[in-house]
Ligand binder design. Structure first.
Ligand SMILES: Cc1cc2nc3c(=O)[nH]c(=O)nc-3n(C[C@H](O)[C@H](O)[C@H](O)COP(=O)(O)O)c2cc1C
Length: 206
């Protein structure tokens, strides 16, 4: 049995294609693997930006934390616990101004925590502390970024891969939904291609 965590983050709510396909993957895996599914919807419930209370609170001894620090650290701990408990993480991200949404960035800002999700090895090399999880990363974008002239401006997929790898999540399969702004035909082709990829992911997991 697998514990699946679905994290969605498109500010476009129910219209979000990353949300749609990430949800399809998570629900499909739940059925196929007879797993459990926990959902963290960052679109409906955006995490706050990190604050001084969190930054100071996470290095303070628990008994020395102010009430504000206790709340800030407690929330981050809750997000980390959700990831730690998962065998499979399904992450949905829609491109906003060439990167992930600020909702998703705020989630990473909470879970990228020295001594908890990453540390430093003997030579000072960063080491991710989360391991042994499969990640499905669904990235949606209006333009095409997997190849061509705009690939250099994709600050979403590569950045998210890097953040995941930094905390130890290196087994990442990316599903792209891209090129949806070039008219209805191109949008349909992009959605059909993503749908086929999602199906392949689920067929492989069965
Ligand atoms: C506020 C906003 C900013 C966007 N910025 C970009 C962008 O920089 N580059 C791009 O290719 N598409 C951009 N788009 C288009 C989205 O990436 C596209 O609609 C994608 O499907 C969003 O993901 P979602 O469907 O999961 O919401 C933007 C859309 C919105 C609403």
């Amino acid at each position: 049995m697998a514990n699946i965590l679905l994290v969605t983050s498109s500010p476009r709510g129910s219209e979000g294609l990353s949300t749609r396909f990430a949800t399809e993957i998570a629900e499909g895996l739940k059925t196929r693997l007879r797993g459990t599914l926990v959902t963290r919807d960052l679109s409906r419930h955006p995490p706050p930006h990190i604050t001084q209370a969190y930054i100071h609170g996470r290095v303070a001894a628990p008994e020395a934390r102010t009430p504000e620090q206790v709340e800030a650290v407690g929330f981050a701990q809750q997000l980390v616990d959700e990831v730690s408990a998962a065998d499979v993480l399904v992450l949905g991200s829609g491109m906003i101004n060439f990167g992930p949404s600020s909702q998703l960035k705020a989630w990473f800002d909470h879970i990228t925590w020295p001594g908890v999700t990453f540390g430093y090895g003997a030579a000072g090399t960063p080491q991710g502390l989360l391991a042994g999880k499969k990640v499905y990363l669904v990235t949606a974008a209006g333009g095409v970024f997997s190849q061509g002239d705009w690939a250099a401006f994709d600050f979403q997929t590569g950045y998210l891969r890097h953040l995941l790898g930094f905390i130890g999540l290196t087994d990442v399969e990316v599903v792209r939904v891209e090129g949806t702004v070039f008219g209805p035909e191109a949008a349909k082709a992009a959605i059909d291609a993503a749908q086929a990829h999602v199906q392949a992911v689920l067929d492989q997991a069965a």
